[in-house]
Design a binder for this molecule. Sequence first.
Ligand SMILES: Cc1ncc(COP(=O)(O)O)c(C=O)c1O
Length: 394
Amino acid sequence: MTKLNDNYTQLKDSYVFRQVNEKAAAFASEHPDLPIIKMGVGNTTRPLAPTVLDALHGAVDKLSDEATYTGYGDELGEAYLREALSGYYKNEYGVELTADEFVLSDGAKSDTANIAGLFAAGSTVAVQDPVYPVYVESNTVLGNRIVYLPCTEENNFVPTPPSEPVDIIYLCSPNNPTGTVATHEQLQALVDYALENGAVIIFDAAYSAFIRDDSLPRSIFEIDGAKQCAIEVGSFSKWAGFCGVRLAWTAISEELRVDGVSLLERWRRRQLVMFNGPSNISQAGGLAVLSEAGQRECAEIIDYYRANASIIRESLQAVGLTVYGGENSPYIWLKTPNNKPSWEFFDELLENTQVVTTPGVGFGSEGEGFIRVSAFASAETTKTAMQRIANQSS
Ligand SMILES: Cc1ncc(COP(=O)(O)O)c(C=O)c1O
């Protein structure tokens, strides 16, 4: 008789973004005359860079001709793009990884979720609290035990090493949702813990392109010893506006062993069994992102979002609110006034300004009393939203 994986029943019913959308939709239908501004989600809005668009068009055109048409490609991602990523890591981070140490995929979301399947069911998994919900939900489905590492104002939203033994540690920097970035020292302490305790770090670098402060690490592999204990997941989504195009990578050094087994080999094996490689069109676009022109044009788009983040930070500070993040990240972590619960402040902002944010508590109990504001809207929309908040506060 068929049995279901009942771990699915352990998932919390209320996914924060769905609840936010429901509340916003209910408000809009009750007040059709009051236009809503969405400052909640982490979806990109700027058009793709011209160099990248050319490459995407070129890749589509190739599919129109028998002579240049391609079907299935390398399940692990095309060698040309893995080579280009290897070069990028060397030039940008001074990190030596071969092309074979990169495995391409259709998203960092799926990679951070799927990679947990390499470890024994019942593993203990540490996550930051507040946390990008995917790590918790994917590990819950696998039957793993979750340990929460509080990320608070006191520790600048970067956790200290776990106080109990854990097998896997998810880290996200620049962080979603707090917008804060871990320093070399903070990451070194976590890498040292992992090396001493035989734990594996899964480092989500989806927002690394937002880091412009040279003193901050953009890759976990900039940290001594990380090759022996860490996996890095990167994405073209926020870097190049590929949220809808879909392209990402996972980097694992040959040096990383668990029980003497190469984790890179296991991950390659997993992808060969269950994945057919990312789209050939998006990979052509990815190569263009890594070109000199592509990098420059994508950096300009990131600058646009970074400017929005500055406007949000400054506007909220000007009305006396406390904010974190938003300097090397597209997210601003706003402390609610008078320690109001997140949802109460969310409702107030919606009612009084029609600005939709994301309640921090939706990312974990340590997010209570915070709201996440995203810099991915247009500059005009961002300014209007901040003006409404300023008017309401005056
Ligand atoms: C921390 C983090 N990781 C991964 C993702 C998803 O990346 P991708 O679009 O490559 O699946 C997101 C998307 O918002 C994110 O916030």
